[in-house]
Design a protein around this ligand. Structure first.
Ligand code: ATP
Ligand code: FE
Length: 352
């Protein structure tokens, strides 16, 4: 069977048609990066309007590319939370209308579960249970994943997410931030020395699996300001390309060291508790980062684990994640009522 998926939880309007065996038949994504670039971040009101303007065209493009129509899709899935409420509502309302008009089964999708599910789209052999590291724009969590809708959180961030920290670092260095600053920081870091700027590894004394990125964010800003002073320039924005690259590389390195340390602990704990879990799924927008992918792969190999990570373009938000998560639910005989679907800005896993 084939499913139309719709995603509008943040600043990307995505739609895709995915077949039940995981083949993406058609997809379209309207990025709002040019709109939010100007403001240095996502402006919810502008995002909502942009979703409204793009949605029908994006849906049509995905259907056309798949060579199908709304009459012929077998079900519709849409992200209903967590995310920006007014943005979620644009996609959810349209999806509910379409499901009722065309009389199709309907599934309301948990956005974070959909990020996790992309690991199972990427690797069909990935069986439950497995461990996930979810690193995205709004979240940073280690979860043990036991089945559709069945997750337990081993650790989470005490303050900021890693994606947010990448975005702030991009802004500090005057790099493009529309659509997320991560790719620009990653690209510049390739030219830098990761040991050039001394930064503190977060939560060294806390022996649990939680994260903290607020301190590192401040740490990076102070170090950049200090360097600007030494160089006799007004602000970090005026540093040379090499200095900026050194900051980017040093930040990225310590950010990853923190992930490695917390994951190492979580994996060791899990090994004692649950012999069945020996696979790590790396998911969420930050999982697109190549340095992160290769470093965590090394960590997994050293511990005798397997790592699964979706291709970069399927790590960040897009429509296929909503379609595939719907397929996973539909295969279990589970769906929702489109005449009575809420959206949730906050959406704990236990509610999904
Ligand atoms: P959430 O999924 O938590 O609701 P979101 O949907 O806004 O948040 P995602 O689309 O999953 O976030 O991820 C976007 C984040 O990923 C941004 O913070 C962006 O900077 C980051 N990101 C994207 N590509 C990279 C990269 N190559 N390196 C580092 N960070 C990246
Ligand atoms: Fe996301």
């Amino acid at each position: 069977f084939i499913v139309l998926g719709i995603e509008s939880s943040c600043d990307d309007t995505g739609a895709a048609v995915v077949r039940s065996d995981g083949v993406i038949l058609g997809e379209a994504l309207a990025s709002q990066s040019h709109i939010h670039e100007e403001w240095g971040g996502v402006v919810p009101g502008l995002a909502k309007t942009a979703h409204e303007e793009a949605l029908d065209r994006v849906i049509q493009t995905a259907l056309d590319e798949a060579g199908t129509t709304l009459h012929d899709v077998d079900a519709i899935g849409v992200t209903v939370g967590p995310g920006l409420e007014i943005c979620l509502r644009v996609g959810a309302q349209r999806a509910c209308e379409l499901a009722q008009e065309y009389n199709k089964p309907f599934v309301g999708i948990h956005h974070l579960e959909a990020h996790i599910m992309m690991a199972r789209l990427e690797n069909k052999e990935l069986e439950w249970p497995f461990l996930s590291l979810l690193v995205s724009g709004g979240h940073c969590q280690i979860l043990s994943c036991h089945g559709v809708g069945n997750y337990s959180i081993l650790g989470g961030t005490l303050d900021d997410s890693l994606g947010e920290c990448f975005d702030k670092t991009a802004r500090l260095l005057g790099l493009p931030v529309g659509g997320g600053g991560g790719p620009a920081v990653e690209a510049l870091a390739k030219e830098g020395d990761p040991t050039a700027i001394p930064l503190t590894i977060p939560l060294l004394k806390r022996k649990d699996c939680d994260f903290s990125y607020a301190g590192l964010k401040t740490n990076v800003r102070r170090a950049a300001e200090q360097l600007a002073m030494e160089r006799g320039v007004e602000s970090a924005l005026e540093l040379s390309r090499q200095d900026k690259a050194n900051i980017a590389a040093s930040f990225q390195n310590i950010a990853i060291v923190h992930l490695e340390q917390r994951l190492d602990r979580a994996m060791t704990l899990v090994e004692k508790q649950d012999k069945a879990i020996r696979t790590l799924a790396l998911v969420g927008g930050v999982a697109a980062n190549q340095e992160l992918r290769s470093r965590l792969n090394v960590l997994c190999e050293a511990l005798g684990w397997t790592m699964v990570v979706p291709p970069p373009r399927l790590c960040t938000d897009q429509g296929a994640m909503a379609a595939w998560a719907a397929i996973e639910r539909l295969k279990l005989g589970s769906s929702d009522d489109p005449s009575n679907q809420e959206v949730y800005a906050r959406y704990p896993f236990s509610m999904a």
